[in-house]
Design a protein around this ligand. Structure first.
Ligand code: MG
Length: 389
């Protein structure tokens, strides 16, 4: 039995990972679970999956979790150290890194250093620390397993291909709910409208990122690290139907793609059973019910976030950390109705400009990444005071 640890078990990807575990009927065992602060759901998951260790990263929730689990014989850990302990436990074969935000970086890095297989759902890990993560991942002969649907599609399309045959990667984007809105309309968008994603059911932060296309921008940087390609060889196309999850173009002009239902459990399952495939009862794609599908270039005027992400990726060093942290903070302010929708990318652009003036760190270590992430978040707050009075 493959023993897994799920970091971020109560989030959208974590919950769907456990649904996949149910499907796999005893093939995968849950050794450890972590959550940020959702004590109730974590305790329910402990009852159902019988892990041996749990961790809560929000230290203030530790007493509550201990009370909820009183009488349970397993170990209860907390904080970043708790996540690292889970990620490196000798009993664990594979970790699912599904923590939200840059908090996923340290435990994921520790897991790789400990020789674990890693199924990566946390984009920020590669966006902020791609140079560190890939240096560690490339030391072993099992690949870093992407859980993001686009990267799983690229990964699957490349299986059996000679790496030198790859010309470019084509990531698909649904375009989100404002694909056909004007810039003036986008300025007045509410959080409710932005949270109504047309094709995917996801957590709040990533749903807003899908509406600005920042999610695709972060995925471009993720793809750069995972597949080792220059940014000129990573293309984004709008594909509103979310049927083709991404494609690869080979040197001879052939294009290969992976298609499927818009169901994250599929890439999650493939990461858990890789390199093998397993039957499941998830939804299936009925090609004849899809209707017409299309592919369009993204409009750079209305989706500045995507341009900012390419720029941050090309600049490299600490800039993607700033892009990601400033965006995360700006999304939080938008969801709290403190700023408008199009202010999200305005703020990110200003904060990236400030970081550029202060000087980049070309190859930040873990400590520097965390410090720069913190700086970018506070820079967002002062930017909001100055620019958006
Ligand atoms: Mg994705």
């Amino acid at each position: 039995m493959k023993k897994i640890a799920v970091l971020g078990a109560t989030g959208s990807i974590g919950r769907q990972t456990l649904e996949v575990v149910d499907q796999l009927q005893g093939e995968v065992g849950v050794f450890a679970l972590s959550a940020h602060g959702n004590v109730d759901l974590l305790a329910e998951q402990v009852d159902k999956y019988h892990p041996q260790v749990v961790a809560i990263s929000d230290q203030s929730k530790l007493p509550l979790l201990r009370r909820r689990l009183s009488g349970w014989p397993g170990r209860v850990l907390s904080g970043e150290q708790g996540l690292v302990e889970i990620a490196t436990a000798p009993e664990v074969d594979l970790i699912v890194s599904a923590v939200v935000g840059v908090a996923g970086l340290v435990p994921t890095y520790a897991a790789l250093q400990a020789g674990k297989q890693v199924a990566l759902a946390n984009k920020e890990t590669l966006v902020a620390g791609g140079h560190l993560i890939m240096a560690e991942a490339n030391k072993r002969n099992s690949p870093l397993l992407p859980v993001d649907s686009e990267h799983s599609a690229v990964f699957q399309s490349l299986m059996g291909q000679d790496p030198t045959a790859l010309k470019k990667i084509i990531l698909t984007a649904s375009g989100g709910p404002f694909l056909r809105s004007s810039l003036a309309e986008m300025e007045k968008v509410t959080p409710e409208a932005a949270l109504a994603h047309p094709t995917w059911r996801m957590g709040e932060k990533i749903t807003i990122d899908s509406a600005t296309l920042m999610n695709k921008g972060l995925e471009v940087i993720e793809a750069h690290w995972l597949f080792g390609l220059d940014y000129d060889r990573i293309e984004v196309v709008i594909h509103p139907q979310s049927v083709v999850h991404s494609l690869v173009e080979l040197v001879d002009g052939s294009i290969l793609a992976q298609l499927g239902p818009a169901d994250m459990r599929l890439p999650i399952q493939f990461a858990l059973t890789y390199p093998e495939r397993r039957v499941n009862t998830f939804s299936r794609l009925d090609l004849t019910s899809v209707g017409e599908i299309g592919f369009y270039p993204p409009d750079p005027q209305r989706f500045l976030s995507l341009q900012l992400a390419y720029a941050a990726g090309r600049t490299g060093g600490s800039m993607p950390t700033v892009l990601n942290a400033a965006n995360e903070e700006a999304v939080r302010l938008f969801l709290g109705r403190r700023i408008g929708f199009t202010d999200i990318w305005r703020i990110v652009e200003v904060v990236m400009g400030e970081h550029d003036k202060q000087g980049l760190d070309q190859a930040p270590d873990l400590e520097a990444i965390i410090a720069i992430d913190q700086w970018a978040r506070s820079a967002v707050k002062s930017c909001v005071r100055k620019v958006l009075k």
